[in-house]
Design a binder for this molecule. Structure first.
Ligand code: MLT
Length: 206
């Protein structure tokens, strides 16, 4: 069953069918919506509760989780605002649906906002799977990620995320204490079967 309740973000919620699995917060890429990643969530975390909000920023009609000034050039003030809004949404949804802190699974723009939430509001997430992510904030307070599990999957041929940027994100999160599993796949910006199976194996251990 999928339900929607009045909260700050339009969203879909799929209740858990397997007790004990951490809930999953699904964060879509640019132009996606709350429906996009539900099949991915069901594949990589079968039986887990799925919470899937729609980004509240529109870029030429395409939903996103924060404003950008150009490809890869972010409006960092907007990132701060939107990451805090999203963390508040997660807390409200946890109260309404009675959920533990979720593990974020974000793709592209969704991975970038998840990384920003880790930097700014680390308590909102139990961990994160960051698919094709970049460093969202050049300057942020040093978060205490205290062993939080993070999986970063990057594409060696990604035309949007420079390898150096993905490596910097991994180093930044490790430096803040996260337990980071950082891998580069023979892939571009799009997801591959390898992303799905690595993410599933990693989530099965949580
Ligand atoms: C972003 O804007 O978050 C990244 O460039 C990824 C994208 O959405 O294309």
């Amino acid at each position: 069953m999928t339900t929607t309740t009045e909260l700050s973000h339009l969203h879909r919620f799929v209740p858990a069918t397997t007790p004990g699995r951490p809930p999953i917060l699904l964060l879509h890429g640019t132009g996606g919506d709350e429906n996009d990643l539900l099949p991915l969530g069901q594949t990589i975390a079968p039986g887990a509760a799925l919470l899937s909000p729609r980004g509240r920023v529109l870029e030429g009609g395409a939903p996103r989780f924060f404003r950008r000034l150009a490809e890869g050039v972010f409006d960092e003030q907007d990132i701060r605002r939107r990451a805090n809004e999203l963390a508040d949404f997660v807390q409200d949804a946890r109260d309404v649906y009675r959920l533990d802190a979720p593990i974020a699974v974000g793709f592209s723009n969704g991975a970038n906002i998840a990384a920003a939430v880790l930097q700014l509001r680390p308590e909102a997430l139990a961990g994160a799977v960051l698919l094709r992510a970049m460093v969202p904030l050049k300057e942020a307070p040093d978060p205490d990620l205290d062993g939080k599990p993070v999986l970063i999957l990057s594409g060696a041929m990604d035309a949007i995320v420079p390898a150096e940027n993905a490596a910097r994100l991994a180093a930044l999160l490790k430096g803040a204490g996260a337990s980071v599993d950082d891998r580069t796949l023979p892939a571009g910006h799009g997801l591959t079967q390898a992303d799905v199976s690595i993410a599933k194996t990693w989530l099965d251990r949580r």
